[in-house]
Write a protein that binds this ligand. Sequence first.
Ligand code: HEM
Length: 428
Amino acid sequence: MDIARDEHLEQMNRDFLAVSDTYTGTLTKDPFPILAELRETEPVMQGDVLAKFHVPSQADYANSGRPVMTVLRYDDVLAILRDAENWKSSLMADGFGAAVDNLLLTAMDDAEHKKYRSLLQPAFLMPVIKRMTDTVIKPNIEVLLEPLRARGKADLVPEFSLPFPVRVVYAVLGFPADSDTVMKLASWALRILGGPQIDPAKAAVTYPAAMDAGQRLFEHVLPIVRARRETPTGHEDLIGFMQTVDVDGKRFTDEEITHLVRMLLLAAAETTSRTFSNMIIMLLERPDVLDKVRSDRKLIPRALTETMRLDPVAGNLARIAAKDMEVRGTVIPKGTAVTLSISAANRDPEAYERPDELWLERPLRPVLSFGFGPHICMGMHIARIEMEAALDMVLDLPNLRFDPAYPQPAIRGLQLRGPDALHVLWDA
Ligand code: HEM
């Protein structure tokens, strides 16, 4: 199959670019100098940094009418993420929550969050995911890279970075290996993400499209979950796991599992696609670092962490103050939404020496790109293992470099940052 011409993949690429447009808004410049200045001058800023550039928040402040402030310093962002008692996540459902019947782990608080998180977490732990590395994760990456090797050139966004996390996460969940269906479902997941808009005229189109996509996703996933119950696949997978979980002496119903699967599909694929593309771009821009990692593959996890720090895909998270709070001497009244600028915090000079440098030997400290505290990304081990495996395979392409026939790839956006294309050459 010529993967680049696959119809469902092309549709997914269009849906992916629409999400990039939404979360780029009117931003035309590199956002990091702008964020650095704000972090210095207004570390607890009145208003929403996203709205400044016409980028919607996934918590949809524009339509909820809530007062909003933005927090930009590392210590403050970390403290807020840790403190789920005083900073709630419920507002995360305001954006596209309705499209997924408000079942989003990211939008749950307190006992409800603890309950769902502890029920699901065992399936996401490192030893479980590690066991799937050779049997599920690597083969689903190799199947995409194999036909490219002899060609010596590719646009890695549609041909690799976009489809591999989709294939991996659907396989980890236990979906049948049917590439067309999987790409179609991934497209719908992207349309849900593209739902929130600041511009009411745009929202009148994207919001119903998100609702429709949520419904279709449910209708397509439910029979897969039902079939999975009837025909066990014989290997560990997440749908199978959810079918055996004990929930207060009962089992999840197939409908409940379908809701949970749909929630996971939103979180899992395009975040990983963008993060991987961004990492490749940052490494190709720095041939000395690239060579170091190529010749010492033990540095791969470091390279991933450090590129995720420099350019986090989830550049902004959201919380709401449960009571009057004070951050860096500024009062944040109860009910105020806060945008937590992960992009600014990750380059805070108070937290990181030489913060704008990609420095593999950097002293370790928590990087906020997978979040932190009780809501820290539940899929981070899946994401890390698949991206590390994919980088290892891509580094084997001899003399990998940008293709000079195309403009140098640019990472764009203020949220869900990523490139539109990533044309590369290697010696085939
Ligand atoms: C590089 C890829 C990824 C990035 C950058 C990323 C980022 C994040 C971030 C920042 C959060 C925290 C949200 C918050 O605190 O409000 C989060 C939560 C979450 N992520 Fe990821 N994620 C990635 C991949 C995945 C994958 C592969 C899965 C599933 C297979 C996943 C599932 C989840 C879930 C279920 C949550 C909600 C956790 C909770 O609220 O308790 N993510 N992710």
